[in-house]
Design a protein around this ligand. Structure first.
Ligand code: FE2
Length: 390
């Protein structure tokens, strides 16, 4: 038996932002707290949202404490702001960090305690109340955070999450118009994150027929459009397909889970402050270079979704081709594929491995067991830029 969970309502497509008016009326919300990245505000990205709220005469408070890969301390600051203001709706607009903070703050506003009391690795409390209603509006095509119940926080050396069904959005709005002005590097990093969600969900040991079909659909949309979206950001079709691909990948990975790539990416963010998307981009090909033999049948379908030639090739050759094509794709969108490129030294591999091993929640979903030795091998290969088995 499988189950599938998603937010109550998802609006998507060009112009879907206007649905915010209906949401405000449905919820009878008049006092709104917006959690967003200050950079987005200064670039005018959130202006369309502010205009809608103004038309509805809503009282708006802006929380601009958002920083990339937010540490627990920032989480607590945002929670305190929301508790103090007591809005009747929280809106998160931005990349994964803004959306995660909005989820955590809306829920914790209705519960006691601090962020660290509810983290997966160190929790001492259980969430008892759903907290405030929340609308999540992504401004990147990548994280899928608008449809998951996970909020990620940075710790000293790694990351940890609060995860609970209460963190799910009441409404998600995925409007590609918000992504039109994203610079190439952000488009690339968030797009590779979305692709990683789709591939890891597809090969997850918890995959179901529903999550598998969504994952394959997402891969196809992303692989066909990411290069254009990165290098020709004005191409509306590519932007729309990336937004949709990211949303679909989000729905898939929320239910099937991500695995080894995300597990080993977390210490790169924690120890070296690499962005989530860049961390995944480095590791994606090296992790699949180690695990394809455990999901060789599925790799054939991945190859089809990628439109790779598979005629007269053995299953083995097809899987190896997928791994190499992942690395080519990441290079095509201008992202580095080695740890060296970020000045990470070979002596750091031990610490990365020590922290990577801790991510059992994610590692348990890998199609092939990733023990300490294989994790160390993956980081070593990622340092040297070597695909061992492909
Ligand atoms: Fe991710």
């Amino acid at each position: 038996m499988d189950q599938f969970v998603s937010p109550k309502k998802i609006y998507h497509g060009e112009g879907s932002l206007t649905k915010l008016e209906d949401i405000l009326k449905d919820l009878k919300a008049t006092k709104i707290f917006i959690i967003t990245d200050p950079m987005l505000k200064s670039l005018g990205v959130i202006d369309p949202v502010l205009e809608i709220l103004e038309r509805q005469n809503a009282l708006v408070e802006l929380g601009e404490n958002v920083v990339p890969e937010p540490p627990v301390k920032i989480g607590n600051q945002v929670v305190n702001e929301v508790r103090k203001i007591q809005p009747d709706l929280v809106i998160g607009i931005g990349g994964g960090s803004a959306l995660d903070l909005a989820k955590a703050a809306a829920v914790l506003a209705g519960n006691d305690g601090r962020v660290e009391d509810y983290l997966n690795l160190s929790s001492t409390k259980k969430l008892l109340n759903k907290g405030l209603p929340k609308v999540l509006i992504p401004s990147t095509a990548g994280t899928g955070a608008e449809v998951t119940d996970i909020a990620v926080f940075s710790l000293e050396n790694t990351k940890d999450v609060i995860t609970h069904e209460y963190l799910l959005a009441d409404y998600a709005i995925v409007d590609p118009t918000l992504t039109y002005t994203l610079p190439p590097k952000v488009t690339a990093a968030s797009g590779i994150d979305a692709l990683t969600h789709a591939i890891e969900a597809y090969t997850s040991v918890n995959a179901s027929p529903l999550t598998e079909s969504l994952a394959l659909d997402a891969m196809k949309r992303i692989v066909e459009n990411i290069r254009t979206a990165v290098w020709n950001g004005n191409d509306k079709h590519a932007r729309e397909q990336m937004a949709l691909g990211s949303l679909i990948a989000g729905l898939s990975f929320y239910n099937a889970g991500v695995a080894g790539v995300h597990a080993l990416a977390y210490p790169l963010g924690g120890l070296f402050k690499l962005s989530h998307g860049e961390s995944n981009a480095i590791l994606l090909s090296y992790v699949y270079d180690q695990v394809w033999m455990a999901c060789i049948d599925k790799m054939k379908n991945v190859a089809k979704a990628f439109s790779l030639p598979i005629n007269e090739k053995s299953d083995r050759e097809i899987a190896q081709q997928v791994v190499r094509s992942l690395q080519d794709l990441i290079k095509d969108v201008g992202l580095p594929t080695t740890l060296r490129a970020y000045n990470i030294q070979s002596k750091d591999i031990e610490n990365l491995t020590k922290n990577g091993v801790k991510q059992k929640r994610l590692l348990n979903r890998s199609p092939k067991t990733l023990d300490e030795n294989s994790i160390k091998q993956i980081y070593t290969n990622a340092y040297e830029g070597v695909l061992q088995n492909s």
